[in-house]
Ligand binder design. Structure first.
Ligand code: GAP
Length: 605
């Protein structure tokens, strides 16, 4: 079978999502609203399954992670402390001709000949006898080298016409060869505006008065609430560092250019964990040394002597394992280590987990490079320190073991540890604008406090997007193959090979014929038996082959057919057995009704 081209494939996936009720455009009856999406019956189940599995894997099945559900709108100071009000911005450019908006850093570099014009003179006087409206605004158009300048002139005339020059005669044309420029609209060659920064947070007002005093923001990430509530959670959760707080919830970003279906949306959901750890100096004081990674791969069960690098590697591997457990094979993922120049100034390391979407750019070898599903960042103690500074509330924890261990550390090593901890604190304080005369004694004091068992915890942050994961799962599951129809003739089918853990419907129940009350009655009985435990779909209309096909497209992994054998017509040994059909292999097996629940439960756990 010929593989569909990537764009063609994406179109088919988008069309299936709408047709089957996974994803609809928000407010579609009013023409839609860019960057917002609604999840239909199947999509809502898929998202819920993703979030449920994440929640179970990240907190219920662990001793060391607890959950949080915070409000979307928080005190605006949260966003001053996190840096979002000042630095959460993307560079934006507009096409001077069409006004289309782009993110400047997402424009592909282009080469070609730029034709520059110094302005345009209006020939109206001579052509129509009306008053001339000249324009002295310079403008440029980039076209392929070797193409006739007439192409550039046509675009330029449109530009000057837009500015009121009715019959533009272009002035001062000058050609220039350009390499790898990002200053021109890739769609039409028109010059773009200079880049300007655009803050991505949605603003609103709290209360009836719309003034500066009442400005608030829709959260652009769920993480900050975890930091802001760190002390409250610590007080009640009977946890001590290392431990984590996780949260699932909506986030909002006024993206300049939402694109690739739901991949870059303006409203989306995040699943974030902040895992708090000791600074390495404290680990060494308690354990005598700090364990660091000895090579790639999962480092195993957490150990007390792990430094931040071990914890970081641990969470990268845990998260990749999570994706594999819901059906994204490792080969479909890319583990991308951000380069030093890409890291945020406070981050020590960040690994992005990418999925090879059909719309991903290709690398030099022609392979999809992948797009981000999740980032796993080692963020040091930056976040809690910021909230401590801005709120004036302590984010320091007391570590009994550290206090007890410190006096046993050799004097010389104590000095070295205090020095390295103090230097890191000094770096943070001076970067945050604290004058040196204040920062130096404060860093020294904080180092002294470490020796008494007090520190601001460091953090590892695995931060994932629900919507991107839902899209990755759909893309990964989408397949077109051949299946036999009623008469055994092969026909093409669309099948979503979703993992049973995330599949919206786990099993479909079909009576062979809808006009036979004994078959219908038994099928309804089975539906009601399974329904309290898993998502079931009952369907009695249409030929059985067509019913299978509908469920294949919905990603339902199993189908159960109640036939005359179920009623014992073929012999007592078949009574109360059904046909279980597997979506992917299309194999049919006979199974006792009583065995269905344990069988299905095992598949979806
Ligand atoms: N607290 C860290 C943080 O928010 P991020 O890389 O900006 O980091 C984390 O976002 C995840 O949220 C991304 O990996 C992605 O899955 C999801 N995400 C971010 N922006 C998104 C958008 N505009 N649309 C859909 N998902 C988005």
């Amino acid at each position: 079978m010929v593989e569909p081209k990537a764009t063609d494939l994406m179109e088919r996936i988008v069309s299936l999502c709408k047709r089957k009720g996974f994803i609809f455009q928000s407010s579609e009856i009013y023409g839609g609203i860019n960057g917002f999406w609604d999840y239909g019956p199947l999509g809502a189940e898929l998202k819920r399954n993703i979030k449920d599995y994440w929640w179970r894997a990240m907190t219920r099945w662990r001793q060391d992670v607890v959950g949080l559900e915070a409000s979307i709108i928080m005190h605006p100071k949260v966003w001053h402390a996190s840096g979002h009000t000042t630095t959460f911005a993307d560079p934006m450019v507009d096409c001077l001709l069409t006004k289309k908006r782009f993110r400047a850093d997402q424009i592909e570099p282009q080469s070609g000949t730029a034709y520059h014009y110094s302005g345009a003179q209006d020939a109206s006087e001579t052509v129509e006898g009306g008053p001339a409206r000249n324009c002295a605004e310079p403008y440029s158009v980039l076209i392929e080298t070797g193409k006739h300048p007439g192409y550039a002139q046509e675009i330029a005339r449109k530009f000057y016409k837009e500015r009121g020059v009715r019959w533009p005669t272009l002035l001062g044309e000058r050609g220039e060869e350009l390499q790898n420029t990002t200053r021109y609209n890739p769609d039409n060659g028109s010059l773009l505006t200079e880049p300007r920064l655009f803050n991505l947070m949605f603003k609103t007002h709290v209360g009836p008065v719309e003034d500066q005093e009442n400005v608030a923001y829709l959260r652009p990430e769920t993480a900050q609430a975890i930091f802001a509530q760190f002390k409250n959670v610590l007080d009640v959760a009977r946890q001590k560092v290392p431990f984590g707080i996780c949260q699932i919830g909506k986030a909002f970003r006024n993206e300049i250019n939402p694109r690739n279906f739901t991949f870059r949306s303006r409203e989306f959901e995040q699943m974030e964990l902040e895992f708090f750890i000791r600074p390495d100096e404290a680990v060494e004081a308690v354990c005598g040394s700090v364990a660091r990674p000895q090579g790639p791969g999962h480092p195993g069960r957490p150990q007390a002597n792990w430094g931040w690098q071990m914890w970081h590697q641990y969470w990268v591997e845990e998260r990749i394992g999570f994706y594999e457990n819901i059906g994204l094979p490792r080969a479909s993922l890319v583990e991308y280590w951000q380069k030093p120049e890409e890291l945020a100034h406070y981050a020590r390391a960040t690994v992005d987990i990418l999925y090879k979407f059909p719309f991903s750019k290709r690398d030099a070898a022609g392979e999809p490079a992948g797009e981000e599903l999740e980032g796993i960042a080692a963020r040091g103690d930056f976040d809690l320190s910021q909230h401590q500074r801005f709120s004036g509330k302590s984010m320091v924890v007391f570590d009994e073991e550290l206090k007890a261990a410190w006096p046993k550390v050799e004097k010389e090593r104590q000095e070295q540890l205090l020095n390295s901890y103090g230097q890191a604190r000094l770096k943070y304080l001076t970067k945050s604008g604290e004058p040196e005369e204040k920062a130096v004694p404060q860093a020294r004091e904080e180092a002294d406090r470490l020796a008494q068992g007090y520190f601001v915890p460091h953090v590892i942050e695995p931060s994932a997007g629900v919507d991107r994961l839902a899209l990755a799962l759909i893309c990964n599951a989408y397949a077109e193959d051949q299946a036999p129809d009623e008469k055994g003739k092969m026909e093409s089918r669309i099948v979503l090979r979703l993992h049973p853990r995330v599949a919206p419907v786990k099993v479909a129940i079909f009576p062979l014929l809808k006009n036979r009350p004994e078959l219908v009655g038994k099928a309804v009985e089975i539906r009601d038996l399974l329904r309290p435990h898993l998502a079931v779909f009952y369907d009695e209309t249409g030929a059985i082959g067509r019913r299978y096909r509908r469920q294949d497209e919905a990603g339902t992994p199993f189908g159960v057919t109640v036939d005359f054998d179920t009623l014992g017509e073929k012999g007592p040994e078949f009574k109360d057995t059904v046909t279980l059909r597997a979506r992917d292999t299309m194999q049919q097996t006979r199974m006792k009704i009583n065995d269905l629940l344990p069988f299905l439960s095992e598949k979806i756990q």
